[in-house]
Structures are given as structure tokens and as C-alpha cells.
Design a protein around this ligand. Structure first.
Ligand SMILES: Cc1cc2nc3c(=O)[nH]c(=O)nc-3n(C[C@H](O)[C@H](O)[C@H](O)COP(=O)(O)OP(=O)(O)OC[C@H]3O[C@@H](n4cnc5c(N)ncnc54)[C@H](O)[C@@H]3O)c2cc1C
Length: 377
């Protein structure tokens, strides 16, 4: 049995854990403890990889906007490839959904000035594969981008390790106890990590980790979302086409390295688990995508599902628990954990190190109270 002592023990090597480690390493000793044999096995490795500054509530959008400059100009050596590449998102609707599109346009445009209302001609011009009988008009976000999630996750992890953070795989935390003013983390197999602070970045398992520590839950609900890939029509170059999301968020599809990625945009509550796709969800998505477009989906190439975990107000949960000294929450990344990671990494590292909310984030009206676990109690 080995016993290791660190200042910060981060549980979970998904995007939340590694982006926090990237900014925290150097402020103290950091260990990232991951149950699986690889990092990013769960939700982080299963996303649709879209960066959209109009997605989510006000706080989420602000934190995403605050992440854009890092992604566009990452620090030297962070990655060998661009982290973002142009995509664009076209939100579409039927004639009956005109009011919803108008409202979305007003909301989105107030934060992202390049967002525009697209009439039917423009919508069909942007995506000639749309069904003109179903699509009446749209809202277009030209600056939405595809993210290289592997390069982003790898860049944070490599940078954290270069500053001294240690990643330990196959390190499942099975017990968490407060002893002598520190946290004792028991790993399956008998090893222990002693930490001044525990950073709970366990994704869908955040409330379960809190329960192990005797800390009250924040009411996290993991929700399954399904995705799959299918062939583009023969002879059609889809590379430059935008992602398409219906305004009610009941399906989406987007080009993905020469094929399409589709989803029914499902949000089915689930216990934390290794989520698997259900045939019925894929069938629902196929029906909706075929109705909205001229695409015919004859073969599903790959399919997967992941858990997007939300608290009641769908805002992130970041900060020390007021009832449990040294227990830090980094939870509720929902459907936005990758696009928001640079700012979330900075925020979580600053708060965990006791430095308070970064000024540029406060200037966007996101305060410690906005993200605090105390708001959920
Ligand atoms: C289909 C789909 C599409 C998505 N599309 C997008 C998108 O376009 N843009 C975007 O920004 N986001 C998207 N998301 C959301 C994004 O993927 C998540 O917000 C993000 O990955 C969450 O990261 P995380 O680190 O919190 O969780 P995870 O990646 O799940 O990491 C948590 C880790 O904690 C580990 N862990 C848990 N319990 C323990 C324990 N007891 N001991 C040790 N380790 C433990 C787990 O093994 C896991 O590796 C999508 C998600 C899905 C499923």
C-alpha cells in the first residue's frame, strides 16, 4: 500500500479535471485521479465537438465567450494543430416556429453581433440539403466552430504535467474521509492519497463522490445523449456546410470528417454509468433528420451515447462547499464542458487556490455566487 500527499487531489481526468489541473499546477502539488485506464473515456470523449457562443444560459454563454481567445490563440506548444476550425450553426424552424426563431435571434444577437436572421432563401443556400417544405427560415451563427477535442484535452493534460501535476489512471476513489484536517482518499486496491483539498471533477459521478465524503449532493442529474455517424450523399462535398440544429433542439446534424454526425438531442435521465445508445433514440433522430432534409440514412456507421450532467438551473457548480472544508465542486458541465473549458479551468483554479473570481469573468457578470454550490441548497 502506498500513501501519497498532495495539496490538490482532482478526481476525474475528463475536460473539467485536466483544464483545472492545467491552471492549478504550480500553485501547489496536484494529483489527477482517474478510475478508467485512459483519460477522457466518459463524456469528454463522446461530444459533438461544437463551440457555439449562443448555447446555454447567460452564465454559460459568458464563460464560453471568455474561452474563445484561448482556443483561437493557445499558448505556444499547447497543441500542434488548430483547436478550432470554421463550421457555423444554422438553427432552423417551420413557419409555426417563426416566433421562437425571432426570439432566439434577439437573444443570440445581443451577445454575438455576427448572428443573423436567415430567410428561407439564405437558409437553403447555406444548406442546399434542407427540405424546402419543412424549413421556413433560420438563425445563423457564422462564427460557431468545430473543436479538436483530443488536441484540447491532450494540451491541457500535457501542460499540467509539464508544471508538475501527476495523472494516475486505474485509480478509483472508493472512500473519502476527513482526518486530521485533511482529506483521505482511499483507492480501490488499498493505496491512499492525502490532500488538503479534494476537487470533485467526477462528471456524472459528482454527487456520488460527495456522498462518499458525507457531503450533501447538489442535485446533479446525468442525462443521456445519443450520437451516430452516417454517410454523406455520394459526390456531395459537405466539408464547408454548417451544423444544423432545429430551434426546438429535437435533433441536429453536422459534417464530421467526410461524413455526418447526427443526434436526436435526447436528454434522458440516467444513473451515472458507461452510457450506451438505444436503438429507439437513433431511429427517432433518423426520422427527424430525414424529414427536415433530403438526406436518406441507409446505414449507421458508428453510434455512441454520453451523459451530460446538469443541476436544476443548468449553470456550472464551482467552489468550496460551505459545510465541508476543503471539498471543492467542479460539476454540472452539461452540454458545454468542452467549449467552456479554458475559462472554467481558470475559474476553478483561482477559486480552489483561494484567489477569488478572475476580474475578466466578474466583468461578464459571473460571480462566485453565480457558480457557488450554496445556491443549490
Ligand atoms: C453526445 C454529446 C454531445 C456533446 N456535445 C458537446 C459540444 O458540442 N460542445 C461541448 O462543449 N460539450 C459537449 N458535450 C458535453 C461535454 O462532453 C461535457 O460537458 C464534458 O465532457 C464533461 O466533462 P467532465 O470532465 O465533467 O466529465 P467526464 O468527461 O465524464 O469526466 C469525469 C471523469 O471522472 C471519473 N470518475 C468518476 N468517478 C470517479 C471515481 N470515484 N474515482 C476516479 N475517477 C472517477 C470518470 O471515470 C470520468 O473519466 C456533449 C456531450 C455528449 C454526451
Amino acid at each position: 500500500m502506498s500513501i501519497t500527499e498532495v495539496e490538490f487531489a482532482i478526481v476525474g481526468a475528463g475536460i473539467a479535471g485536466v483544464s483545472c489541473a492545467y491552471f492549478l499546477a504550480g500553485a501547489g502539488t496536484v494529483a489527477i485521479l482517474e478510475r478508467e485506464h485512459v483519460a477522457a473515456y466518459h463524456t469528454t470523449g463522446r461530444s459533438a465537438a461544437l463551440y457555439s457562443e449562443t448555447y446555454g444560459n447567460d452564465a454559460i454563454r459568458a464563460i464560453t465567450v471568455a474561452s474563445g481567445s484561448f482556443y483561437r490563440q493557445p499558448p505556444a506548444g499547447f497543441a500542434d494543430v488548430p483547436l478550432l476550425s470554421p463550421r457555423g450553426v444554422l438553427f432552423i424552424g417551420t413557419a409555426a416556429e417563426n416566433d421562437a426563431l425571432d426570439q432566439a435571434y434577439r437573444e443570440f444577437h445581443s451577445l454575438v453581433s455576427t448572428v443573423r436572421r436567415a430567410d428561407k432563401t439564405e437558409a437553403l443556400g447555406l444548406l442546399p440539403l434542407l427540405n424546402p417544405d419543412m424549413v421556413d427560415s433560420g438563425v445563423y451563427e457564422p462564427d460557431a466552430e468545430d473543436m479538436d477535442v483530443a488536441a484540447i484535452h491532450g494540451g491541457f493534460l500535457k501542460g499540467a504535467r509539464a508544471k508538475g501535476a501527476v495523472l494516475r489512471l486505474k485509480a478509483e476513489i472508493v472512500g473519502v474521509a476527513r482526518k486530521g484536517g485533511k482529506w483521505q482518499l482511499d483507492l480501490r486496491g488499498g493505496d491512499q492519497v492525502i490532500a488538503t483539498s479534494v476537487i470533485n471533477a467526477a462528471g456524472a459521478w459528482c454527487d456520488e463522490l460527495a456522498a462518499l465524503a458525507g457531503v450533501r449532493p447538489v442535485g446533479l442529474v446525468p442525462k443521456r445523449r445519443t450520437a451516430f455517424t452516417f454517410d454523406a450523399p455520394q459526390g456531395v462535398d459537405i466539408h464547408g456546410l454548417p451544423a444544423v440544429v432545429d430551434i426546438g433542439e429535437t435533433f441536429y446534424f453536422k459534417p464530421e470528417v467526410g461524413q455526418f454526425l447526427g443526434s436526436p438531442a435526447d436528454e434522458t435521465p440516467s444513473p451515472p454509468c458507461d452510457a450506451q445508445p438505444e436503438e429507439i433514440d437513433i431511429a427517432i433522430a433518423v426520422e427527424r433528420i430525414e424529414a427536415a432534409s433530403t438526406l436518406r440514412i441507409t446505414r449507421i456507421k458508428n453510434k455512441w451515447a454520453g451523459l451530460r450532467s446538469f443541476v436544476a438551473d443548468k449553470t456550472f457548480v464551482v467552489g468550496y462547499d460551505s459545510d465541508a472544508e476543503g471539498f471543492f465542486w467542479l460539476a454540472g458541465q452539461g452540454g458545454y464542458g468542452i467549449q467552456s473549458a479554458p475559462a472554467m479551468g481558470r475559474i476553478s483554479a483561482a477559486l480552489a487556490a483561494g484567489k477569488g473570481m478572475p476580474d475578466d469573468i466578474k466583468a461578464l457578470d459571473v460571480t462566485e455566487a453565480t457558480l457557488s454550490p450554496a445556491r443549490l441548497r
